[in-house]
Design a protein around this ligand. Structure first.
Ligand code: GFB
Length: 314
């Protein structure tokens, strides 16, 4: 990837796409093009192919996706499978058809089996059944990473697939029904403190373990990989995470302290826990020379600052 290559970021307003855009700008990539929901319909093949034919990007970061937390995934499986399959299929195929030199596809740690050995290695893919609460999303992401692999094998493309752990940071979704746990807890604790509520209600038992990566670290990792490696070195997939996890109860305690809420935590056990643990084995990424920079404590502080500055107005 050269500094003046035309680079297309699909989904540039979202958590991941906006972080990749910040990183590429910081590194002085000068020819960036973007699209997001509303610019044109990524679910429509004709519109995507028209865009590629006109723009002819040399490199693509495929960060456009329908994403959400445990409740959204469980409640809208048809939307999750349809949107993700159509968006990624259209973009990957158009990238092949219009000669894109390098494409980066973003998967998720939920592609791994529900009871995969921990920490989860790349070779655990498809070894046993998936977690039911996000099976639709996981199946779409598995189809995407396989599509990249098969295009590389049959057509000689250079499409790489990364599997990030649970991400958080600026430009996240703070809708309490559809968001992931970390932004949901920031909002719940913040509003409880402002409204002087005596308790906050959280979902599940609090015992599941999760690994969290600050999204600027994810952006740094993907740009590092695209700049230095291709499919031949990376293979089918590579994990991106910190290699450290905590319980949801411990996460809640850290966020409670940063936000300054002093009341009680109540657990609504009628809500699902999801996978008992999702910790990535990041030894392959470490061996390539990359490690995260932000601690969870620093990342939560930065995310809360961003929330206070702008997210509340949305
Ligand atoms: O982040 P989250 O929604 O998704 O939930 P997953 C993580 C854990 O936090 C679950 C608990 O055990 C939730 O029950 N939790 C506690 C809460 N309070 C809350 C709350 O107020 N809101 C939310 N959302 N959770 C997602 C997948 O799984 O992970 C996606 O559904 C994606 O497909 C993503 O892969 C990375 O970590 O369980």
């Amino acid at each position: 990837m050269k500094k003046n290559d035309k680079i297309y970021i699909a989904g540039y307003k979202g958590l991941v796409g906006s972080a990749i855009k910040r990183k590429l700008e910081e590194k002085q990539y000068s020819n960036l093009i973007y699209s997001d929901v509303g610019d044109f319909d990524l679910q429509r093949q004709q519109e995507v192919e028209h865009f590629f034919e006109k723009e002819r990007p040399g490199c693509v970061f495929l960060a456009a996706a329908k994403v959400g937390g445990i409740w959204a995934n469980k409640t809208y499986p048809a939307e999750f499978i349809y949107s993700n399959l159509s968006i990624q299929t259209n973009i990957i195929h158009a990238a092949y058809k219009y000669g894109v030199k390098k494409l980066l596809f973003l998967g998720s740690s939920c592609i791994y089996p529900r009871l995969a050995p921990q920490p989860m290695k790349e070779e655990h893919l498809l070894a046993s059944p998936l977690e039911p609460t996000n099976e639709a999303y996981a199946i779409a992401k598995i189809a995407g990473l396989k599509m990249c692999r098969y295009y590389n094998e049959q057509y000689g493309t250079d499409f790489i697939s990364v599997m990030p752990t649970n991400l958080y940071g600026p430009n996240d979704n703070y809708n309490l029904q559809t968001s992931h746990v970390l932004p949901a807890l920031i909002r719940k604790f913040h509003e409880a403190r402002i409204n002087k509520n005596s308790f906050v209600e959280l979902w599940g038992t609090g015992s599941p373990r999760r690994e969290f990566l600050y999204v600027d670290d994810l952006a740094d990792a993907v740009v590092f990989l695209v700049e230095n490696y291709g499919y031949k070195e990376i293979g089918e997939i590579i994990n991106i995470g910190t290699g450290e996890d905590i319980t949801i109860k411990e996460l809640a305690e850290s966020i409670r302290q940063v936000v300054g809420f002093e009341g009680e935590l109540r657990w609504d056990t009628s809500k699902p826990d999801g996978a008992p643990r999702k910790l990535l084995d990041v030894s392959r990424l470490r061996a390539l020379g990359w490690k995260h920079r932000y601690s969870l404590a620093d990342g939560i502080k930065k995310t809360y600052e961003a929330y206070l500055k702008g997210e509340i107005k949305k």
